[in-house]
Design a protein around this ligand. Structure first.
Ligand SMILES: NC(=O)C1=CN([C@@H]2O[C@H](COP(=O)(O)OP(=O)(O)OC[C@H]3O[C@@H](n4cnc5c(N)ncnc54)[C@H](O)[C@@H]3O)[C@@H](O)[C@H]2O)C=CC1
Ligand SMILES: O=C(O)CCC(=O)C(=O)O
Length: 525
């Protein structure tokens, strides 16, 4: 039975889903050295933001097939290392959207009305009504940085509270911003005009310290900043300094450069509100993300696709479902051409032909590479790491589309340059989804792929086929089917044989000695 490690607290419903297919061990708060020790036992891992899945942990995870992040951000996982090792990383892109948006809105109102300090004051037996004069958000300007799922919900609610909305997001169209009632502006204008600035961006190279000493100096003295997105997007010492000097009015932070927050000047100011990464911490969101991610882990352990994989570009379940027969075709042809071309492949050309030419090529290319590398890497190559493995091996991948080639209504042509020279194969799908190899090295044939195959290039002359048949028979190798393809009579021809048994050692050499045989290749599909 598969084993799943749950390394952060997740809702019980997630554990129940995982338990349908696996033994589930809930071990939270493990130190990294302990995690490295136990991770080799596990097939899957499920976590929130509390566990850091480092390269070291991934390299020790020899059985791991999937890492599930019960939440949005995967910045606590070394996704690159996981990809390299063929481990699928999934998340829950929408399960906690509302929770995080509502937390940001709660932070904005708490900042405006001094709720945390007023609460503390009453609990300290005081009644300080004059001390806590607040500000209304009505008719104030909210600058939303990052107009994705959470930013959009914040904008929607803020609009209904009568706020004016500015937004900065270089990847969002003006139409989408208009729909949300936001005016798209550049960052400097957003900083200069906003009374409230709320961040809803991932942490990237571009967004690291997007709020810094310089940007803080552009803000209004009454500006208040809210960050319920990612730590590291704000330069925390510059922020503490700006607030200490009265350059801006306050900040509310849920996320930090380092979590848990260590010694920090942020703690010193009354007009800074701090929460311990609670954006997703609602009962509803925790059920949503636990179900979403546990279902994906269950599916992957059952051999089904994951719906929100962050490291299988282009291969969403929809695409997988629609393209499955073509992906199978591509894998088979990749495997075949890889063996014909020998090891040390330098180049793979993938040509989508006929009606297939209008299809997005990337999934088919990835599947072809997976097939190509499958002899060398076996189960270590999958849809996650195929492209990266090819790149690291220096294999040039060329994708072309040609709608004018219509031998079959659609077909796939793969050519590979390897240590045995340049070889090509073409294949198509029959109406029942069966795969046919329709061309080898330019010779037309029509054979289904089979476990063991023998291909020969020979002179088209009487007697050759019989000789090969007898030779195979003398070694007790049974022929399941045989096809010959030629371009011209008595020129060169290709013979494709499906065999019930693998070729015994030495037989291939005997075959190449037969008069008229130019080349012979044995292939295992
Ligand atoms: N505090 C918490 O507990 C939670 C935090 N989050 C975090 O909130 C953030 C937003 O999440 P979602 O809205 O779900 O993500 P999303 O992917 O839907 O939206 C992110 C938006 O940021 C934009 N963006 C990317 N680079 C940008 C840049 N340089 N400048 C401006 N905009 C940029 C993208 O175009 C996108 O529209 C993420 O970092 C996520 O990890 C999410 C849930 C809970
Ligand atoms: O799991 C959590 O509580 C953190 C959620 C979060 O930050 C995210 O989903 O990006």
């Amino acid at each position: 039975m598969a084993k799943v490690l749950v390394s952060d607290p997740i809702d019980q419903v997630g554990v129940e889903i995982l338990s349908q297919v696996a033994q589930v061990d809930v071990k939270t708060g493990l130190p990294p050295e302990e995690l490295v020790k136990i991770i080799p036992e596990y097939d899957a891992m499920m976590l929130r933001s509390g566990t850091r899945v480092t390269k070291e942990i991934i390299e020790a995870a020899t059985q791991l097939k999937i890492i599930g992040r019960a939440g949005v951000g995967v910045d606590n996982i070394d996704v690159q290392a996981a990809t390299r090792q063929g481990i699928v990383v999934v998340n829950s892109p929408e399960g906690n959207t509302i929770a995080a948006a509502e937390h940001a809105l709660a932070m904005m109102l708490s900042l405006s009305r001094h709720i945390p300090e007023a609460n503390q004051s009453v609990k300290n037996d005081k009644w300080e009504r004059k001390r806590f004069i607040g500000a209304e958000v009505y008719k104030k300007t909210l600058g939303v940085v990052g107009l994705g799922k959470i930013g959009s919900h914040v904008a929607n609610v803020a609009k209904s509270m009568g706020m004016k909305l500015l937004a900065y997001d270089p990847f969002i169209s003006k139409e989408r911003a208009d729909q949300l009632g936001c005016t798209l502006v550049d960052l400097d204008l957003l900083f200069a005009e906003s009374d409230y600035i709320t961040l809803h961006i991932p942490k990237t190279k571009e967004t690291t310290h997007i709020i810094n000493k310089e940007s803080l100096s552009k803000m209004k003295p009454n500006a208040r900043i809210i960050n319920c997105a990612r730590g590291g997007t704000i330069d925390e010492s510059a922020l503490a300094e700006a607030i200490a000097e009265g350059k801006i009015a306050g900040a509310a932070l849920d996320v930090f450069e380092e979590e848990p927050l260590k010694e920090s000047k942020l703690r010193e100011h009354e007009n800074i509100i701090l929460t311990p990464h609670l954006g997703a911490s609602t009962a509803e969101a925790q059920v949503n993300v636990a179900v979403d991610v546990a279902e994906q882990i269950r599916d992957v352990l059952l051999g089904l696709p994951a719906r929100s994989a962050v490291n299988i570009p282009g291969l969403t379940p929809d695409v997988m479902e629609k393209m499955r027969p073509y992906l199978q075709l591509a894998e088979t042809l990749g495997n075949l051409v890889g063996q014909l071309a020998g090891g040390r492949i330098e180049r793979l050309t993938v040509r989508l032909q006929g009606e297939l030419a209008s299809t997005k090529g990337q999934p088919i290319v990835v599947a072809s590479i997976k097939g190509l590398l499958s002899q060398a890497l076996r189960e270590r190559v999958n849809y996650v790491n195929a492209a990266i493995e090819a790149k690291e091996r220096g294999i040039r991948i060329i994708e072309t589309h040609d709608a004018s080639i219509r031998d079959y209504s659609d077909s796939l042509h793969l050519a590979a340059q390897g240590s045995l020279g340049e070889h090509s194969v073409t294949g198509a799908l029959l109406s029942d989804g069966e795969i046919r190899i329709t061309d080898v090295d330019g010779f037309p044939i029509n054979v289904p792929p089979s476990n063991y195959m023998l291909f020969t290039v020979h002179r088209d002359m009487p007697g050759i086929i019989g000789k090969i048949g007898s030779l195979l028979g003398s070694f007790n190798v049974n022929i399941a089917s045989m096809q010959v393809g030629r371009k011209i009579v008595r020129g060169d021809a290709v013979m494709a044989l499906s065999l019930d048994d693998p070729l015994p050692e030495g037989l291939l050499n005997e075959i190449t000695k037969v008069d008229g045989i130019r080349d012979a290749y044995t292939v295992k599909l």
